[in-house]
Design a protein around this ligand. Structure first.
Ligand SMILES: Cc1cc2nc3c(=O)[nH]c(=O)nc-3n(C[C@H](O)[C@H](O)[C@H](O)COP(=O)(O)O)c2cc1C
Length: 220
């Protein structure tokens, strides 16, 4: 699948089959994720891969936390919470490192991790998988963070649900960029990139980036 096809036909799909995603495919997704740009080459992304019973344990954490918050919640509501991580056979949680030196900005680390998530989504799509980037309360829940091995102050920017699609993808029809083109940012707005673009003078060298391995935990 060519880059433009992948970008234009990718869509969030939550309805997936229970079939497991093979490990070599998961490795491909993570390899694609870490090709993302990142300032100061800090590689701020952290992935936690959850498959099998790990999703049930995450469900228990989510349900327990829900029961703490809503002690009168009916059993059906707790069951619903518990079953959420079972919506797909593969979950990839993506967390972001806090900067460890002053020149590194947290927003830039978040941007880099978000770029890695998009790479992952596009790679999943190109490999015939369906994926959905989710966050919600679960991604901000300190108990969920603890279960995943993140510190309470770390941002978990995505819980990506991945599996083989159970439905046929519909037509993609997104609004364009035209109404988002303007000059004049407010002082409090983040300008996250000044992207310099032109035709290259020199031939590009070989790309040889570190892998995902030292940034990834696997939980089964
Ligand atoms: C940071 C972020 C968080 C998201 N969280 C959720 C979520 O919690 N639940 C959900 O259904 N979709 C979530 N999405 C997916 C968006 O809803 C989805 O991308 C949007 O509807 C556009 O659909 P598309 O991906 O098919 O273009 C999230 C997307 C992003 C970028």
């Amino acid at each position: 699948m060519d880059t433009f096809d992948a970008i234009f036909t990718r869509q969030s799909i939550g309805d997936v089959k229970p079939d497991a995603v093979p490990v070599d495919v998961i490795e491909k997704l993570l390899s694609a994720a870490v090709q993302a740009p990142n300032h100061y080459k800090v590689r701020p992304w952290r992935f936690v891969v959850l498959t099998g019973a790990a999703r049930e344990r995450l469900g228990d954490v989510v349900a327990h936390s829900f029961a703490e918050k809503f002690p009168d919640a009916p059993a059906a509501a707790l069951d619903k919470e518990r079953s959420k991580p079972l919506r797909a056979p593969l979950l990839v949680a993506v967390g972001v490192d806090k900067p460890s030196e002053p020149k590194v900005l947290e927003i830039e680390n978040i941007c880099a991790a978000a770029a890695a998530v998009e790479n992952l989504l596009l790679a999943a799509h190109a490999l015939g998988l369906a994926a959905k980037w989710r966050t919600g309360e679960d991604a901000r829940n300190p108990r969920v963070k603890e279960f995943l091995g993140f510190a309470p102050e770390q941002h978990v920017i995505a819980l990506v649900y991945i599996g083989y699609p159970a439905v046929e993808a519909g037509m993609v029809n997104r609004p364009g960029y035209e109404d988002r083109e303007f000059l004049g940012f407010a002082p409090e707005q983040h300008v996250i990139a000044l992207v310099y673009i032109g035709y290259p003078i020199a031939e590009a060298g070989a790309v040889n980036r570190p892998g995902y391995e030292d940034r990834t935990g696997w939980v089964e």
